[in-house]
Each structure stands twice: as structure tokens, then as C-alpha cells.
Design a protein around this ligand. Structure first.
Ligand code: IDP
Ligand code: MG
Length: 156
């Protein structure tokens, strides 16, 4: 089972899309291990997006990510990183496939509502950056055997 960090970005919070976005991930079968609302300090935003440092969209991106509260979430599930990114849609709102979060609710190249980790190593790093150990709850999902076929001893 994989874990990933999701950020419901300031535009999504202001547009009251938080609940709808969380619902999509819950409906899919992902388990929420951590959830909180916060404002990301500028230093943390710079660190989180350091791969984009020097690009023309870096400074506006930092202003965007620090412009209001965000909702941070750690999700767990099979192939969580790839599946959540598929559910998010491609980066630019106007290009994103209908049926995805960005495809259904975004038009902007920058204000695209949501972040999701893009690899196992970044997920591990990002989860540690935004959540303390005590903020993450490992608990048994009672419906696990209906989300997946667990009858053979592996998760299918
Ligand atoms: P991702 O969020 O789909 O992984 P990245 O390429 O990692 O996309 O870019 C990080 C964020 O920076 C995007 O989600 C978007 O908010 C913003 N961004 C990326 N490319 C552009 C651009 O060309 N113009 C404006 N903003 C951009
Ligand atoms: Mg990215």
C-alpha cells in the first residue's frame, strides 16, 4: 500500500471545493491517515517547490501557495500516487480531462486546485515535511476486504 501527500490549494479552499475533493478520494476507496487545515509558511512553500526554483512561474507559485489556507491530507491505498494524480488531471486546468478534479473545476495554468506527490521518494519527503508522527493515524480500515479482494492473502 502506498501513501501520498495531497494539498488542497488556496483557490480550492476559497471556492468551497474542499469537501467535494475529499469526497472523491474517499469514494474511490482511499483511507485518510492525516488531515488538517493550515497556512503554509513561505519558507516551507519554497522548500516544497524547490524543483521549480528559477522557472518563470516559481515566484507567483510561492505567492499563490501562501495566499490563504490549504488543506493537507495523507492518503493510503493501492498505487495511491499514480491513481490520485490521475484523479487530479494534468497540470493546466483548461487541458485537464473532464472527470478529473482539475478538468471539472479549473481553467487556469496556475490556480489548479490541488497538489499530489509524484513519486514514492517525494511522497515520503512531503509527508514528513507537513505532518508530525502523532498527526498521522494508522488504523484498520473496516471495509478493506470490500475495497480490495483480500481473500487470497494479498491485496488484489
Ligand atoms: P503538478 O502540480 O501537476 O505536479 P508541476 O509542474 O509540478 O505540476 O508545477 C507545480 C505547480 O506550479 C502547478 O500545479 C501549478 O500550480 C504551477 N505551474 C506549473 N506550470 C506553470 C506554468 O507554466 N504557469 C503557471 N503556473 C504553473
Ligand atoms: Mg509537481
Amino acid at each position: 500500500m502506498q501513501k501520498t501527500l495531497i494539498i488542497i490549494k488556496p483557490d480550492a479552499v476559497q471556492r468551497r471545493l474542499t469537501g467535494g475533493i475529499i469526497k472523491r478520494f474517499e469514494d474511490k476507496g482511499f483511507q485518510i491517515l492525516g488531515l488538517k487545515m493550515t497556512c503554509i509558511p513561505e519558507s516551507l512553500a519554497r522548500q516544497h517547490y524547490s524543483v521549480h526554483k528559477g522557472k518563470d512561474f516559481y515566484e507567483p507559485l510561492i505567492r499563490y501557495m501562501t495566499s490563504g489556507p490549504v488543506v493537507l491530507m495523507v492518503l493510503k491505498g493501492k498505487n495511491a500516487i499514480e491513481v490520485t494524480r490521475k484523479m487530479m488531471g494534468t497540470t493546466f486546468g483548461a487541458d485537464a480531462q473532464p472527470g478529473t478534479i482539475r478538468g471539472d473545476y479549473a481553467l487556469s495554468n496556475r490556480f489548479n486546485l490541488i497538489h499530489g506527490s509524484d513519486s514514492e521518494s517525494t511522497a515520503e519527503k512531503e509527508i514528513k515535511t507537513f505532518f508530525t508522527v502523532t498527526e498521522l493515524v494508522e488504523y484498520e480500515a473496516m471495509d478493506l476486504s470490500w475495497i480490495y479482494d483480500t481473500s487470497t492473502g494479498t491485496i488484489v
